[in-house]
Design a binder for this molecule. Structure first.
Ligand code: MV4
Length: 450
């Protein structure tokens, strides 16, 4: 096992990784910007190195500074967390070129999945179901028109380098295809420096359901079930659940068997998540994330495993040591992402937290790097805490969530706690009957009428 791991991240996820390392007897190195000198991940790590000024591009995205910090401290592995450099294939390559282990997949697999066209092509060849659409990149607007005519409108033109909904345009009929093609390509070029686009049938009311997988370097691949991440606004997830309210055990097993077979054939390693759109009982693969995800705790709660420890073990070359039949799903878990934002306008609300009180009790977990007196810096993502609850049933998890949200206090800044309190009271949320569009409408209804 590794002796020392450098954590190339900040906030709650840096702390989350530190905790796993500490329990495994692994020393930790925190890296931080000048804005994060008094951050909790820096306080708790065994060692810390300042890697640059506040702007992420000069610190948490500064590959040379991070590799130097690893060399200076004698770390033997790097955990990238999520965001920042976690899906940067060049960084994974650089880490390994310096004799360090990258706690994640190979650079080749990061690169393959980073391009949505090569990702879909790989999954298609491996027999994973996809949304109907173009085979590969579109060469011209004529080709887009031809594929759209074959599969039927509405269609969606998407950027190969896409993500977060940028470079994505719907065409409802043939009259809209030229404009959608032009706008998608322009946005993709501006956002990603890559104007390759592809086309898919547009699903109008899907759920976003993703499957957590883990692979060792000995050919063993397992899945830890699905998460339903449909409750999002402008491509920011607010609430995630495990399992999905619409999936039963047989459907989970069937999807899991298909996906683990595919990833075994691909020679994938470490943790990964396959994203699907689900509509009317059918799954269609859209993208794969080659990192640990923000919402991984709901999976940990229902499976009783520590995904970060598993990542560390397989990165060190250990075999999984268990098979799919030994992974059991217990009860239901829900996560609320609490951000430092106005709960109505979503304007960022950085600043000093006067009082922080985390809820507790059976089945309650809070992943947060907050403390009373901490000043949330304005330079980074606004996530300040993940409140995760577990219950024997979805109804028990919801009751536990309601009382945990009532107990939690974050004073001094605006947070989305009031919005989460409203969501748990909603009968449609409670029924589990929602799509990716539900939260957008819920937020609009709450706003004072103009
Ligand atoms: C789609 C779709 C409908 N049909 N693809 C949005 C970002 C990217 N990850 C994929 N996205 C979508 N792809 C087809 N063929 C709807 C979305 C989508 C979405 C997907 C998941 C979660 C939230 C979403 C919000 C808006 C649109």
């Amino acid at each position: 096992m590794f002796g020392k791991v450098l954590i190339a991240n900040r906030g709650e996820i840096a702390l989350r990784i530190h905790r796993a390392c500490q329990e495994m007897g692994i020393r930790t190195v925190a890296v931080h910007s000048t804005a994060d000198a008094s951050a909790m991940h820096v306080r708790l790590a065994d060692e810390s190195v300042c890697i640059g000024p506040p702007a992420a591009r000069d610190s948490y995205l500064n590959m040379a500074a991070i590799i130097s910090a690893a060399a200076i401290t004698g770390a033997d592995a790097v955990h990238p967390g999520y965001g920042f450099l976690s899906e940067n294939a060049n960084f994974a390559e650089m880490v390994e070129a310096h004799g360090l282990a990258f706690i994640g997949p190979t650079a080749a697999h990061i690169r393959m999945m980073g391009d949505k066209i090569t990702a879909k092509d790989a999954m298609r060849r491996l027999g994973v179901p996809l949304v109907p659409g173009s085979l590969g990149a579109l060469a011209s607007v004529e080709e887009a028109r031809q594929v759209a005519a074959e599969i039927g409108y509405p269609v969606l033109i998407k950027a190969a380098a896409g993500g977060g909904g940028r470079g994505m345009k719907v065409a409802h009929d043939e009259d809209e295809i030229e404009e959608a093609w032009r706008v998608a390509r322009t946005e993709a070029r501006a956002a990603f420096g890559n104007d390759e686009v592809y086309l898919e049938k547009y699903l109008d009311r899907p759920r976003h359901i993703e499957l957590q997988v883990l692979a060792d370097t000995h050919g063993n691949v397992v899945h830890f079930g699905e998460r339903d991440c449909s409750l999002q606004r402008r491509h920011q997830k607010l609430v995630e659940e495990a399992g999905s309210p619409v999936l039963n055990a047989a459907e989970r097993d069937a999807l899991g068997a298909q996906v683990t077979r595919a990833l075994r054939e691909l020679g994938y390693r470490n943790a990964g998540t396959l994203e699907f759109l689900w509509q009317d009982g059918t799954f269609a693969f859209i993208e794969m994330n080659t990192r640990l995800q923000v919402e991984h705790p709901v999976t940990e709660m229902v499976c009783g495993i520590d995904l970060v420890k598993e990542q560390l073990r397989v990165a060190a070359g250990e075999a999984l040591g268990y098979d799919q039949s030994e992974i059991r799903f217990h009860g239901h878990a829900i996560e609320c992402r609490i951000t430092a934002e106005d709960p109505e306008t979503f304007a960022p609300s950085p600043g000093r937290v006067h009082t922080y009180h985390a809820p507790g009790g059976l089945g309650v977990r809070v992943d947060s790097a907050l403390y009373s007196g901490y000043a949330v810096p304005p330079h980074y993502d606004s996530l300040i805490a993940k409140l995760v609850v577990h219950g024997a049933t979805r109804a028990e998890a919801i009751a536990r969530l309601r009382r945990s949200l009532a107990e939690m206090v974050v004073d001094g800044i605006h947070t989305t706690l009031p919005l989460h309190r409203a969501i748990v009271e909603d009968p449609e949320f409670q029924s589990g009957d929602y799509t990716i569009h539900w939260l957008e409408r819920f937020v609009a209804k709450r706003l004072p009428q103009a």
